[in-house]
Design a protein around this ligand. Structure first.
Ligand SMILES: Nc1nc2c(c(=O)[nH]1)N[C@H]1C(S)=C(S)[C@@H](COP(=O)(O)OP(=O)(O)OC[C@H]3O[C@@H](n4cnc5c(=O)[nH]c(N)nc54)[C@H](O)[C@@H]3O)O[C@H]1N2
Ligand SMILES: Nc1nc2c(c(=O)[nH]1)N[C@H]1C(S)=C(S)[C@@H](COP(=O)(O)OP(=O)(O)OC[C@H]3O[C@@H](n4cnc5c(=O)[nH]c(N)nc54)[C@H](O)[C@@H]3O)O[C@H]1N2
Ligand code: SF4
Ligand SMILES: [Mo]
Length: 707
């Protein structure tokens, strides 16, 4: 009998999740047999979430794509034939060369996101290849990029408050984040602080899982957080609760801010947010006077037209009150700002030909179906690490575009996703344990290593190997296309930076993870004495002459970059585009505001095709208040149709007072192939006021019984 060799290896969860768990992979004869959370990792603490706890099953799921395939039936029919890698890559590069000859390289667009968060195989993995080609640059702003713009303007590229330092906090505000589902390994720390006496406040328009566990749930109307934050500042300044010494020494624009918030009274905010003025006052007082006070900014905070301005207002709070003075005080956006990655080496923006156009991924439907009047039409798209048909807005337009006979779609995937099902060529991609990488985290301060320790089933290949082979066929000679994955890691991280002191790839191979040298959770107070990485070195309440921008690496910077439109020099409340107050005409047809947050049991659209994960999560539901259900004759359990001028989807009604009248909640990720439409059929591809972020919470709908 052949001997059975069981080994364990350091892994890292590659999914788009702030927690970036350090994992232990158990492998037998080249096959992943189990996964565990790394017990030594201070945030992972030995536990994984419901999505990943049996990650090995995703690796060997019977629907996993194993071979390259060519479409044989009509687009979207799911009819494919198996072909070899050589045939697939020849066909792709022959088609691309012909498109480049006829239309120029900008007729080709890459489309990727954070389906894999690795430095090598993730978001920016294909950038160098497509930059060398001269393809249209795809701007990728799905997740936090309005928040990034607001954060960078106000406090600069700081990791801010360490998520681990929350154990020292006495007042914790989880603002627009459903941590129990989406940031579980931070939630443990918040719970520890709560046990030690901290008050936990959750700000969310509906009673989410996280809101249910809070000491105080504040429920503003969607998209009105800016008004709440402005009124908090009004109260703090009116009552003299600001830390004047901190303000005088470490901030810019206090007197202008004070002038601006004068009229932003709690009574004014009550009318906008629906929160009683007295509650706003009490909240502002408690926030200002209980130190250390922490704010965790959720991605969902940016999802209305005024999202950027709202986040600027919230980001001013800890400087106004001097919360930054304390370990456990301040605010957390994306700790990734202090990770020492060399995005210019990864993406090679220097290869982008001057004048190359940029198209935003959120608006890909409009670009594909001719609505943008592009000089050069898009004739080919390559999609990897992303599933726009499920995840991007205005999906009916995307599908219309992908159905175009003259569009050559290449998709590298694990499964025949809603997007891959329209592809002309499908490429089987390798999965977590099958490739070496370091997985970035936007939710903690650790480097996390993932060893290649299992063989990919069938002929699946890692993303970077796919690009290496494509580059060879296209004749691209740059070093990037020759580096092994290990060499990439050596080149992609600034190992000489102070944050990496004592850490190298060998260390990571041995230990699986390493905390960056940016202070410890028990002593880190990065802005105790100002030291904000802004042009003024201070927290900028006011920024004169600021213009809108999308921060790299979500939008690559290159010569010829044009500044965006001017931005208000001070934060403020900016109304939503679609709300009964801002657009009564639209609201007369579509009176309900829909929120489409993350599903507890799926990871974006990942796992939403896997039977037991669907069972755990339940079928697509639509949460609705009894007042709204009654007037539509809807009972709990009825199939309902949610629709607006952009499209429709169906779900099962859940009548609950977890949502207020006027709001419906339906979570994201369910596959279009398996359901009647998805939440993104009704969502708009318009941008937020900053960073070209999406407006997923800024959408009005009507709900009726499904026929
Ligand atoms: N209505 C609404 N829409 C939203 C949001 C919302 O809250 N509401 N959230 C938005 C946010 S925050 C985000 S981040 C986006 C996410 O949008 P996407 O990134 O498009 O979403 P995913 O479902 O994670 O798609 C990732 C795809 O990559 C594939 N994949 C995973 N690993 C690999 C790999 O190693 N190689 C290759 N080739 N493929 C791989 C997966 O199988 C999956 O199909 O969605 C956005 N859409
Ligand atoms: N289980 C699970 N975990 C995930 C993901 C997943 O799909 N499933 N996706 C990952 C990704 S890509 C991301 S970006 C993160 C996102 O994680 P979160 O930041 O938690 O984002 P969401 O789940 O979209 O929304 C969180 C909460 O914000 C609320 N919200 C919506 N609009 C507003 C508003 O205008 N104001 C306020 N105050 N609150 C609002 C929603 O009701 C929701 O309860 O989660 C990651 N983790
Ligand atoms: S999805 Fe998030 S919580 Fe789950 S294992 Fe991955 S990193 Fe950890
Ligand atoms: Mo995201």
């Amino acid at each position: 009998m052949a001997s059975v060799l069981k080994t364990t290896h350091h892994g890292a969860c590659p999914h788009d999740c702030p927690d970036t768990c350090s994992m232990v992979f158990e492998v037998e004869n080249g096959k992943l047999i189990s996964v565990k959370g790394n017990a030594d990792h201070p945030m992972t603490r030995g536990g994984l979430c419901v999505k990943l706890k049996d990650y090995e099953k995703r690796h060997y799921h019977p629907d996993r794509l194993l071979h390259p395939m060519r479409r044989t039936g009509p687009k979207g029919s799911g009819q494919f034939e198996q072909i070899s890698w050589d045939e697939a890559l020849d066909e792709i590069t022959t088609r691309w060369k012909a498109i480049i000859d006829e239309y120029g390289p900008q007729a080709i667009i890459p489309y990727s996101y954070l389906g894999h968060q690795g430095l090598v195989h993730g978001l920016n993995g294909g950038d160098a290849f497509f930059n060398k080609m001269g393809a249209t640059v795809c701007e990728r702003t799905f997740c936090g990029e309005g928040s990034c713009t607001a954060w960078l303007l106000t406090v600069g590229p700081t990791a801010g408050l360490d998520p681990e330092s929350y154990v020292h906090s006495k007042f914790i505000v989880i603002w627009g984040c459903n941590s129990v589902s989406t940031n579980l390994h931070h939630w443990h720390i918040v719970k520890d602080a709560q046990k030690r006496g901290a008050k936990v406040v959750v700000i969310d328009p509906y009673r989410s899982r996280t809101a249910k566990e809070a000491d105080w749930h504040i429920a503003p109307k969607p998209g009105t957080d800016g008004a709440l934050a402005m009124a908090m500042m009004h109260t703090i300044i009116e009552e003299g609760l600001q830390d004047q010494d901190y303000v005088d020494n470490y901030t810019v624009g206090f007197s202008e801010l004070a002038e601006r918030v004068k009229t932003r009274t709690p009574e004014w905010a009550e009318k906008i947010t629906g929160i009683p003025a007295e509650e706003i006052r009490v909240f502002a007082r408690e926030y200002a006077t209980t130190q250390p006070a922490a704010i965790r900014l959720g991605v969902a905070l940016e999802r209305n037209f005024g999202g950027g301005q709202a986040i600027r207002a919230v980001t001013c709070l800890p400087a106004l009150t001097g919360a930054w003075r304390h370990v456990g005080g301040g605010a957390t956006q994306f700790p990734v700002w202090e990770h020492p990655y060399k995005f210019d080496v990864i993406s090679r923006p220097d290869l982008i030909p001057e004048g190359t156009r940029v198209i935003n991924a959120i608006q890909i439907g409009r670009a594909l179906n001719g609505e943008m009047n592009l000089d050069v039409p898009i004739k080919s798209m390559m999609c990897w690490n992303a599933n726009p048909v499920t995840q991007a807005a205005e999906t009916d337009k995307i599908v219309e575009g992908l159905m175009r006979d003259d569009l050559f779609l290449v998709s590298a995937e694990h499964f025949l996703s809603d997007t891959a099902s329209y592809a002309d060529i499908v490429l089987p991609a390798a999965m977590g344990a099958e490739m070496e990488d370091m997985i970035l985290s936007w939710g903690h301060l650790y480097l996390t290593y993932n060893e290649k320790c299992a063989e990919a089933p069938g002929e699946a290949l890692p993303n970077n190997e796919i690009f290496r082979r494509l580059a060879a066929k296209m004749g691209y000679q740059e070093d990037n296309f020759k580096w092994s994955d290990t060499e990439c890691l050596e080149n992609y991280v600034d190992w000489d930076s102070p944050a990496c002191e004592g850490i190298d790839l060998d260390y990571l191979r041995q230990h699986g993870f390493a905390r960056l040298k940016v202070g410890t959770p028990d002593d880190r107070a990065p802005h105790k004495a100002g030291n904000f990485p802004t042009p003024t070195g201070k927290c900028q309440f006011m920024v004169e002459g600021a213009t809108n921008f999308v921060a790299p690496p979500f939008r690559q910077m290159y010569e010829g970059f044009q500044p965006g439109e001017p931005i208000d020099s001070l934060p403020d409340y900016v109304p939503s585009r679609e709300s009964p107050e801002s657009n009564p005409t639209l609201a007369s047809d579509y009176p309900l505001n829909i929120i489409s947050p993350k599903s507890h049991g799926f990871l974006n659209s990942c796992y939403a095709n896997i039977e037991d994960k669907i069972k755990g999560q339940g079928e697509q539901f639509v949460m609705i208040n009894a007042a709204d259900a009654d007037m539509r004759n809807i009972q709990s359990g009825d199939k309902v149709r949610v629709f607006n001028q952009r499209g429709a989807f169906e779900g099962v009604a859940q009548i609950t007072d977890d949502v207020s009248p006027g709001i419906v909640v339906a979570t994201l990720g369910y596959w279009r192939q398996l359901n009647k439409g998805t939440v993104n059929c009704v969502s708009s591809a318009e941008f937020v006021d900053m960073g070209h972020a999406p407006t997923f919470t800024d959408n009005l709908v009507q709900v009726s019984l499904a026929s």
